[in-house]
Ligand binder design. Structure first.
Ligand code: SAH
Length: 254
């Protein structure tokens, strides 16, 4: 599954069709010679299964059509352990190892939809905090010109790299780093989405947003998915999107 060469301002697009070769996660790095194929007949490699998920998401208020289109093309089952792949298109958070979870599809759709709606256009540069298995990063790479995604757990950073290899998303950069410091390498960003929850947004995130930029993150106790827009003179407006239950934002690299 490869994307056409990137042109400035041209949306990254995964082809509507499935990849020619689908490999089983966890057994060998994807794209490595000799990696075994997923058994045929699992049904998970059918675009129709993803379409069912997307139609259920479409029924929720406020979902952005470009985000839904991206989610109809990114194969979520490829980001999961084969034992969990049958649940890939239900609206579930599922374990990805190291005490972490893949976000629910509705949460991925919600965060990305809020960003696209609040910006009023496709982000040129977006920062994701918490790559995990890489699923949300792949969706974000389809709706943004350029995505930086930071993960603090080396094993997950490497898992995401393997999971994403066959999707060939040249506009997605994975970084192993403590996302509490944002990612200065790509700053300033039009948008920042965090998949991990903190008491408040770290100062670096706010600094690395451009004026007019939008941040969506689970914040506070109890957690609320919160959106913030950077105004001029370092001021912010913020609003609550919905109640949330995310894994915690932690410091340091493991
Ligand atoms: N984006 C993932 C969700 C991963 S869960 C998806 O597609 O579903 C949240 C991730 O945030 C975990 O992998 C966790 O290790 C990571 N995380 C927590 N604190 C972090 C930090 N300070 N910097 C980078 N990643 C962090």
């Amino acid at each position: 599954m490869s994307l056409p060469p990137r042109r400035a301002g041209f949306p990254a697009r995964l082809p509507a069709q499935e990849p020619q070769r689908v490999e089983r996660p966890g057994t060998a790095p994807r794209g490595s010679p000799g990696a075994p194929p997923v058994p045929t007949g699992s049904g998970m490699d059918s675009p129709a299964v993803r379409c069912g998920m997307v139609e259920r998401l479409r029924a929720l208020p406020g979902m952005h059509p470009q985000v839904l289109e991206a989610m109809s093309r990114v194969p979520r089952h490829l980001f999961l352990d084969p034992g969990l792949a049958a649940q890939a298109y239900l609206d579930n958070a599922l374990p990805i190892g190291h005490g972490q979870t893949i976000s629910k599809p509705s949460v991925v759709a919600r965060a990305a939809s809020v960003v696209l709606q609040a910006l009023g256009e496709r982000p040129r540069k977006l920062l994701e905090i918490g790559t995990g298995c890489g699923y949300q990063a792949a969706v974000l790479a389809c709706v943004s010109d350029e995505v930086y995604s930071v993960e603090r757990i080396r094993a997950l950073h490497e898992l995401a790299r393997r999971n994403l290899r066959s999707l060939r998303l040249p506009n997605l950069r994975l970084l192993l780093a403590d996302g509490m410091a944002g990612a200065p390498v790509g700053a300033p960003y039009d948008a920042l989405i965090s998949a991990a929850a903190g008491e408040q947004a770290p100062a670096a995130w706010l600094e690395q947003l451009r004026p007019g930029g939008v941040l969506v993150a689970p914040l506070g106790e109890p957690q609320r998915l919160t959106a913030m827009r950077k105004l001029n003179a370092g001021r912010f407006e913020s609003w609550v999107v919905e109640q949330a239950r995310f894994v915690p934002l932690k410091s340091g690299i493991l």
